[in-house]
Design a protein around this ligand. Structure first.
Ligand SMILES: [Zn+2]
Length: 135
């Protein structure tokens, strides 16, 4: 059975905006302080821009000062996948959507309590569902 969340590059290119495609499928990074959500304080659920999977809650969002939306935990550890990223001569931890493999951002260990983690995520990789939390 075909997995609806595994698509070819061509299919993603048609579905996504050029900026989303560059970040989510080509592992790009949006410029700091330019995204939709770095300064957003609305409550809701942040979903994957590619497949709609619920990834982060506004309750775990904090102001990291980096210019990217930052979260101290994922809604469910199974919804995101972390892996080593050795590009640009650095050792970073890449965060991807476990359902559709979208590149989301990186995970750092300088976040606030209680986890000490900082998910540094690109705004274009997310879509805020403002109603989800009230249901
Ligand atoms: Zn996804």
């Amino acid at each position: 059975m075909a997995d609806p969340f595994r698509k070819s590059d061509e299919e993603w290119r048609e579905l996504l905006t050029p900026e989303q495609y560059e970040v989510c499928r080509r592992k790009g990074t949006e410029r700091a302080f330019t995204g939709r959500y770095w300064d957003c304080k609305d409550t809701g659920i942040y979903r994957c821009a590619c497949c709609g999977s619920e990834l982060f809650s506004s309750e775990a969002k904090f102001d990291s000062g980096t210019g990217w939306p930052s979260f101290w935990q994922a809604m469910d550890p199974d919804r995101v996948r972390v892996s080593d990223d050795l590009t640009y001569g650095m050792h970073r931890i890449e965060v991807t959507c476990s359902r559709c493999d979208a590149h989301l951002g990186h995970l750092f260990d300088d976040g606030p309590e209680p986890t000490g983690q900082r998910y540094c995520i690109n705004s274009v990789a997310l879509g805020l569902d403002r109603k989800a939390e009230k249901e």
